[in-house]
Design a protein around this ligand. Structure first.
Ligand code: SF4
Length: 414
């Protein structure tokens, strides 16, 4: 049975509304506990926007996080309506609903919480598109609540398989004859968050205790990609020099408004570190264009920042679109849709240039390629360790083999 605690500030109307909302939770099987006790859900219903109210709100949130770091914490009411960005900045807040959205409290809480209860042993899942490599899901859900993203509501809080079960699954995949595993998840840097294990610990065990020859990390948040992980990959026998790091915005103002957990300086620092240890690594980044508040100046500054990242090899560009019940829906200064699209095209062009430059730098180098299992028009295809798509004349003896290969202009697939 789930427990819920309310803390109500301000006027009588607010107290009446809190009682109403509490009744909905109780009708649906929740038990009320005191706000000073451990609960699964904490709701802070704010009223007047005074400095005292703001201080009380912050204190209540801190208290809730301390009592249960895994609780869903919702801040609702006037303060949430008028100063959502101030509340976003408070660590631990999952849901912010102004007066106009208060009625969505029950749906928002249950969506954020429900899928979190999936048992950890149901998380691990392997899927494959050919017999040489496999995508291995090791983690699901996310606790970050970026302001544009519905994933924490749709997939619940972060949870992971445990290291021993991932090792067993990787060895089962190796026994099938596959050579490469791509580790996937929604936010895999948070692997092990609730069990005391870590993603770095998993990487070390995978290298030591499995017979898979190549591992790639599908995507990892920049703030969770530590220097020790980068050093580890640089010296690794099996982890490949290939990174996918979500940037999402190229200025600190928009990153803050997106509720991302890093700034541009941190992102640039991670890329510098990768370059210093693995100058040939392929590094891709996700970017969103047209987020609210992205003025021409903001966009141009973002473009300059992206240009300045010399070892960024490609971008995955997404055009911002409003998703129901996300915080960014209520942000002012919307960007017209045609401008969002135009900016996406701009960034796609930058991405093409960066990718060509990266491929050209590699012409004439010898890289290890895992050849795939299909004959397409007389050619066999594969990826180099540093994620360059290449082909050569089909030869069935090369299928599912890792071979040293001279990268030439004619072998590149752009
Ligand atoms: S964008 Fe990624 S990190 Fe942010 S909430 Fe969504 S899944 Fe989590």
């Amino acid at each position: 049975m789930k427990t819920i605690a309310f803390h109500t500030l301000g006027c009588k109307l607010n107290f009446a509304e809190s009682s109403d909302m509490l009744r909905t939770f109780i009708r649906n099987g929740f038990t009320q506990v005191d706000f000073h006790q451990v609960a699964d859900v904490y709701v802070v219903n704010t009223c007047s926007v005074t400095q005292v109210a703001e201080k009380k709100c912050r204190n209540a949130i801190r208290q809730a996080v301390k009592l249960n770091p895994n609780a869903v914490i919702a801040v609702i009411g006037c303060f949430a309506q008028l100063r959502p960005t101030d509340i976003e900045a408070i660590e631990g807040v999952d849901i912010i609903l102004g007066n106009d959205k208060k009625h969505l409290l029950y749906e928002s809480v249950t969506a954020a919480d429900s899928i979190s209860n999936t048992p950890n042993n149901n998380i691990i899942a392997a899927s494959s598109d050919d017999r040489t490599r496999c995508f291995l899901k090791i983690q699901d859900g996310c606790d970050y609540f970026c302001s544009y993203c519905t994933i924490p509501f749709a997939r619940g809080r972060s949870r992971s398989a445990n290291i021993d079960s991932v090792i067993a699954e990787a060895n089962r995949i190796a026994a099938e004859g596959k050579k490469e595993i791509i580790l996937t998840g929604i936010n895999i840097g948070t692997f092990g968050k609730n069990s005391g294990e870590t993603f770095f610990g998993l990487m070390q065990r995978l290298e030591k205790d499995t017979s898979i020859e190549r591992y790639r990390i599908s995507s990892i948040e920049p703030n969770l990609l530590t220097e020790e992980m980068i050093d580890f990959v640089a010296n690794s026998r099996v982890f490949l020099p290939h990174f996918h790091i979500p940037l999402q915005a190229g200025t600190d103002t928009i990153l803050k408004s997106m509720r991302r957990k890093y700034d541009t300086a941190l992102f640039a620092n991670r890329l510098d570190k990768i370059y210093s240890r693995m100058p040939d690594a392929f590094v891709a980044a996700d970017v969103i264009t047209g987020f609210p508040g992205e003025t021409d100046n903001e966009f141009n500054a973002a473009k300059d920042f992206i240009y300045s990242l010399k070892n960024l090899s490609a971008l995955h560009v997404f055009t911002y679109s409003e998703r129901p019940n996300t915080l960014s829906v209520s942000l002012p200064d919307k960007v017209p849709y045609n401008i969002r699209k135009r900016r996406s095209l701009d960034l796609q062009e930058i991405s093409q240039n960066k990718k060509h430059a990266f491929y050209n730098r590699n012409i004439g180098s010898k890289r290890k390629v895992l050849w795939e299992d299909t004959n397409i028009g007389g050619y066999i295809y594969g990826f180099t360790d540093n994620y360059i798509r290449v082909r050569k004349e089909y030869n069935e003896h090369s299928v599912n083999r890792i071979e040293e290969f001279l990268v030439e202009n004619t072998s590149l697939i752009l």
